[in-house]
Design a protein around this ligand. Structure first.
Ligand SMILES: *[C@@H]1O[C@H](CO)[C@@H](O)[C@H](O)[C@H]1NC(C)=O
Ligand SMILES: *[C@@H]1O[C@H](CO)[C@@H](O)[C@H](O)[C@H]1NC(C)=O
Ligand SMILES: *[C@@H]1O[C@H](CO)[C@@H](O)[C@H](O)[C@H]1NC(C)=O
Ligand SMILES: *[C@@H]1O[C@H](CO)[C@@H](O)[C@H](O)[C@H]1NC(C)=O
Ligand SMILES: *[C@@H]1O[C@H](CO)[C@@H](O)[C@H](O)[C@H]1NC(C)=O
Ligand SMILES: *[C@@H]1O[C@H](CO)[C@@H](O)[C@H](O)[C@H]1NC(C)=O
Ligand SMILES: *[C@@H]1O[C@H](CO)[C@@H](O)[C@H](O)[C@H]1NC(C)=O
Length: 444
């Protein structure tokens, strides 16, 4: 089942192998599971369908329906083909008001990894009380520790040196909120690990009331929060622990319930990607009264969700008062033949970064990148891109592989073949996600 084959099928759009990747876990709960498995090839079949444009402003009955939470018990009454409806949104930003543009024109995302064991890691794994067992690789037996010592060096400039006190000053009286999936949660954990050391223990606290988890620092009157919303729009996966795996149902036109939580944040960091790579998704439009769903492939559905999100950003959010960041797709390293032709493994056993300039693996879907580029460029006066894809592509050594807590009991045949259950999706801490946060610090 580990074959990556480009099928020579005659369909107009891509025929890809879908990675089924489902992670549900909570920070402070023992009850978490990770599953990584794959689906048979799924054929995306785009019929010619008439296009109708839907504006995601809701009223009356629609508003009431949008406020109903989808959960693991939600069902589609019926499922039909995608009707071709799209989300329409306009960029309301005043083009004359430019967001503070950083004075330098350097592309901080273009660069290379430099081994630097004098300034890295920025914190020690065991010194961070908020560390997750999914990401604490040393604690879970990883003995090669090189992954902690790499600094990102942009080609044409230097990154600002990380300074936790300075970051707290930027956050004074503010709420910083990460919104997205488990990769974004990893970045949030990295951020609180980076920040917590300068706050005395009795002046900081964490409230693990998932789906919104809040880290507070009293003396700065500031919070660093994480909201679980893997699809950005509302879906039956919005409970971080109890969501259905077999049928993904989403409201392509509503971020209502999530926005009620995120609208009060001053700095927002969004991501979404891997959850769209699991095959078709059921769409439950808000004006649909009889529970009739439509079915659409992941990329198409992600485009709808990004549209509903973009509509919120462009109509509800003031770039002079707040900041929004979008984190691009986090790469996976599931097939070692992509960087080492002829080999059969994955990220398991990898100890150093890839040094081939511009290396790009098949896990980072170019069609998705183009779609995201298009939406973000229309929002460019409001959203800052954290384009972490290329730099993280190099870091095949940065994943936990087998060195994390697994929530399921591993079977003997798995244990005898470590690659078979390796996590090549998330990132060990301290590690790659710390650098994403340094980039955020640099751009803030
Ligand atoms: C959406 O907003 C537009 C203009 O603000 C309005 O004309 C339209 O009736 C609204 N639609 C709904 C469904 O509320
Ligand atoms: C840093 O790495 C160099 C070369 O691998 C090694 O000689 C040195 O002892 C390391 N220093 C620390 C502080 O780990
Ligand atoms: C991590 O621990 C080592 C050994 O205890 C220590 O030398 C180093 O300063 C610590 N690093 C940080 C960032 O606290
Ligand atoms: C970190 O930032 C604080 C506040 O801006 C400053 O006082 C301090 O000197 C900085 N530390 C370093 C090591 O640059
Ligand atoms: C604390 O921060 C909030 C915004 O997050 C602000 O409304 C409030 O006035 C601040 N409190 C103080 C005492 O500064
Ligand atoms: C399913 O369809 C039936 C008949 O159209 C309707 O009465 C029922 O309310 C629908 N269920 C949901 C969950 O919308
Ligand atoms: C991110 O960087 C890649 C190159 O690494 C580029 O192709 C892509 O357009 C960029 N995306 C965004 C949203 O800036």
């Amino acid at each position: 089942m580990q074959r990556w084959n480009r099928k020579k099928a005659h369909f107009p759009l891509l025929v890809l192998f879908f990675l089924v990747f489902i992670v549900f876990s909570t920070l402070h709960s023992e009850h978490s599971i990770q599953q990584i498995h794959e689906n048979p090839d799924h054929v995306l079949n785009h019929q010619q369908v008439p296009t109708a444009y839907v504006k995601p402003n809701l009223s009356g009955g629609e508003l009431k329906r949008a406020a109903e939470i989808l959960d693991r018990f939600s069902r589609c009454n019926t499922t039909k083909e995608y009707s071709g409806r799209k989300i329409s949104w306009v960029d309301h930003s005043n083009k004359h008001i430019q967001r503070r543009v950083s004075s330098e024109s350097c592309d901080v995302f273009s660069g290379k990894w430099v081994f630097d064991n004098s300034s890295y890691p920025l914190y020690n794994e065991s010194d961070c009380p908020y560390m997750s067992d999914q990401l604490a690789c040393h604690k879970h037996g990883r003995s090669d520790l090189g992954y902690r010592y790499w600094r990102w060096q942009p080609h044409n400039c230097n990154l600002k040196r990380w300074n936790a006190t300075e970051m707290w000053e930027k956050l004074r009286n503010k709420r910083l909120m990460f919104v997205g999936d488990s990769l974004n949660r990893g970045q949030w954990i990295s951020m609180i690990c980076l920040l917590q050391s300068v706050i005395p223990e009795h002046k900081r606290s964490i409230t693990p009331n998932a789906p919104l988890t809040i880290f507070r620092a009293e003396e700065y009157n500031a919070t660093v929060e994480f909201l679980w919303a893997p699809l950005l729009v509302e879906s039956n996966s919005d409970d971080p622990v109890n969501h259905r795996l077999d049928e993904r149902i989403m409201r392509p036109d509503s971020v209502l319930n999530h926005a009620l939580k995120w609208e009060h944040a001053d700095i927002l960091i969004f991501n979404t990607y891997l959850w769209w790579r699991q095959g078709p998704v059921k769409l439950l439009w808000t004006d649909e009264e009889n529970g009739a769903c439509e079915e659409l492939d992941g990329l198409g559905a992600m485009e709808l969700a990004m549209g509903a999100w973009a509509d919120w950003v462009s109509s509800k959010f003031d770039p002079l008062k707040k900041r929004v960041f979008f984190v691009t797709m986090s790469p996976t390293h599931l097939w070692s033949r992509e960087w080492n032709p002829g080999s059969e493994g994955n990220c398991y056993g990898e100890k150093s970064p890839i040094d081939l300039q511009s290396y790009w693996g098949s896990g980072s879907d170019l069609g998705t990148m183009r779609m995201v580029d298009k939406i973000l460029s229309r929002l460019s006066s409001k959203v800052t891109v954290l384009n972490i894809t290329q730099l993280s592509e190099y870091r095949k050594d940065g994943h936990p592989s087998i060195f994390r807590k697994f929530w399921e009991t591993l079977r003997p045949e798995q244990l005898s073949n470590p690659a078979s259950y390796s996590d090549c999706i998330h990132w060990c801490l301290p590690g790659v996600s710390d650098v994403w946060n340094e980039l955020l610090f640099h751009l803030l």
